[in-house]
Ligand binder design. Structure first.
Ligand SMILES: Cc1cc2nc3c(=O)[nH]c(=O)nc-3n(C[C@H](O)[C@H](O)[C@H](O)COP(=O)(O)OP(=O)(O)OC[C@H]3O[C@@H](n4cnc5c(N)ncnc54)[C@H](O)[C@@H]3O)c2cc1C
Length: 244
């Protein structure tokens, strides 16, 4: 989804017209902090009614007056009630993190989407989901699909303790995250999982930090995993803002 930043400028007429044309105006129904930096957010909008949604697809939330946005992954979409929910991780400094931390029920925002990103609706097991804190929402959506029992996850995270609290809140406590190390040596542990999964014809869904995802993709290439069994989407990249 797309979120816009809090610069003091007011929207021009063109911006307002474009927003009305392409965005769905939504109200924040609730914001529930579930662990430090993790927020379970519910948005409602008449414009969400009757909208088709596929697990893995994205929404972009406009953060204010301009076309700056941040992207999130709906965990559920109630097309009858006009309601969607997503899990947002406020990693640190950035307009998206600020927006998430200060959001409260009754606030309004403009949403672009849902739009295509990954389509995880029709996978069959085994499946490995690789990612980080930004992938917990996708993991939760996958845990509600028919192939959930065949999903394994490999999460690299900043704080294992906080992430475990968030995962426990989501009933995903069985999925244990690994601490991200500065030298990326934790990735060797994750790579040890890959040969067995590659032999068992697993599908690999790679999300999260761009550089980690590239490394796992290279390892899978070395194991001759065909492109048809690989789905990749970088959710953020070091030094770059607002990937979509
Ligand atoms: C398709 C898609 C789906 C996504 N789904 C979700 C979701 O469901 N939940 C969720 O929380 N996020 C999700 N993200 C990630 C989220 O959009 C980014 O983390 C976003 O950049 C955060 O915005 P920001 O304004 O806080 O930081 P930015 O201004 O975008 O970035 C500022 C700096 O922080 C770094 N940074 C960005 N994100 C992280 C991070 N997670 N950890 C550490 N450093 C970071 C950047 O590299 C940059 O250097 C998704 C992204 C994409 C592309």
């Amino acid at each position: 989804m797309v979120i816009t930043t809090s610069a003091p400028r007011q929207p021009g007429r063109l911006t307002k017209a474009l927003t009305r044309m392409f965005m769905k105006h939504a109200t924040v129904e609730s914001v529930e902090p579930i662990a430090e930096s993790f927020y379970w957010i519910t948005l409602e909008s008449a414009a969400f009614r009757g909208v088709a949604w596929t697990p893995g697809h994205k929404i972009q939330i406009m953060l204010g007056w301009a076309f700056a946005s941040r992207t999130y992954t709906p965990v559920e979409w109630d097309a009858a009630a006009g309601r969607t929910r997503f899990l947002a991780y406020a990693h640190g400094v950035g307009p998206g993190s600020d927006w998430v931390r200060t959001l409260k029920a009754g606030d309004e925002c403009d949403v672009f989407g849902p739009r295509a990103s990954l389509d995880v609706s029709r996978l069959s097991g085994p499946v490995l989901l690789f990612g980080d804190e930004t992938s917990f929402g996708l993991a939760l959506a996958m845990s509600r699909l028919p192939y959930a029992g065949a999903v394994r996850v490999a999460f690299e995270v900043k704080s294992v303790e906080t992430s475990e609290r968030a995962l426990a809140h989501l009933d995903l406590a069985a999925w244990r995250p690994l601490a991200r190390r500065d030298d990326d040596s934790h990735l060797q542990e994750m790579e040890a999982l890959l040969p067995g999964l590659a032999r068992s014809n697993a599908t690999f869904v790679l999300t999260g930090r761009s550089t980690s995802l590239q490394r796992v993709r290279q390892a899978l290439k070395g194991l001759d995993v065909p492109a048809t069994r690989l789905m990749t989407k970088a959710y953020w990249a070091p030094g770059k803002a607002g990937l979509d």
